[in-house]
Design a binder for this molecule. Structure first.
Ligand code: FE2
Length: 276
């Protein structure tokens, strides 16, 4: 498990390796529970050096609270990424600027907190974690492609290991981002749809890629929400109150093995756990 202490805006990791664990959208209490039950084992058996998780819906399926973020950090997650739902709980607004390990999408034009962070080991090796959000069927934000250019331009070139969570709706925009950043970042992994995709690969210039990591939460649901409620909505076209499901918890993650001297992914694989 990683141990962190903070030094200005740079976080220092006590141990350094090359294996990055990325956990897909933690949804509500079923998602948090399966992470709590399995994270230590996954980290130990896969020699994980850095754990990142998307937590935009960790609080009851809608948003994130400071207390839940702290719980997730205490479980052994080093960095939390988010997306459009980060704004659902008002108390997160004040917390974001105080907690550099919690990211919100970098391409929000005027928002509290940060969209990327550099983590540095005691040996000096670094890892940048970048959170971007798509624009197709999503809230209007600045261009994520140009934002990525801007961040990579501002980044110390010595920081070779770079992980991108691209929180977006459509597969085409996500694939486009993968190709756009191929060779410039170590991995691009998608979030937001809650459906894992089977296109895990290393792009030609060394970027590990998967269109969507999938949800860590209740799969006896429609993308996390109670199945009966969503069926009623589709059949009646009437507004319904969304309730998170508790059925069929699964954990979906991606493990990327990065060559820290080049930043290229040497391997990327899916890691899933059925919690039943
Ligand atoms: Fe989302």
């Amino acid at each position: 498990m990683s141990a962190w202490d903070q030094n200005g805006d740079v976080l220092r990791l006590n141990t350094w390796g090359m294996n990055i664990l990325f956990i897909g959208d933690i949804f509500g209490s079923p998602g948090r529970r399966i992470v709590a039950d399995h994270l230590e084992d996954i980290q130990g058996s896969n020699q994980i050096d850095l754990t990142i998780a998307n937590a935009e819906n960790a609080a009851g399926g809608f948003g994130l609270t400071p207390a839940i973020a702290e719980d997730l950090f205490a479980m052994g997650i080093d960095v939390l990424t988010t997306g459009n739902h980060i704004w659902d709980k008002k108390e997160i607004f004040d917390y974001l600027p105080r907690q550099p390990r919690l990211l919100r999408p970098a391409n929000y034009p005027d928002a509290p907190g940060n969209g990327w962070q550099v983590l540095r080991t005691r040996s000096g090796a670094g890892c940048a974690v970048i959170n971007l959000q798509g624009r197709v069927y999503m809230p209007a934000t600045d261009c994520p492609f140009r934002k990525a250019d801007q961040i990579l331009g501002a980044l110390d070139p010595a920081v070779k290991v770079r992980f991108v969570d691209f929180h977006a709706e459509v597969t085409s925009e996500k694939m486009a981002m993968g190709w756009y950043l191929d060779g410039r970042v170590s991995a691009v992994v998608g979030t937001h749809t809650h459906i894992p995709t089977a296109d895990t690969r290393i792009l030609p210039n060394g970027t590990g890629y998967q269109t969507d990591c999938g949800m860590t939460g209740p799969y006896g649901s429609v993308i996390g929400v109670d199945t009966d409620i969503i069926l009623r909505r589709f059949l009646s076209a009437m507004p319904v109150r969304m309730e998170p499901s508790k059925q069929g918890p699964e954990l979906h993650a991606v493990i990327v093995d990065v060559d820290e001297s080049t930043g290229r992914a040497r391997g990327i694989r899916r890691h899933a756990i059925n919690g039943d």
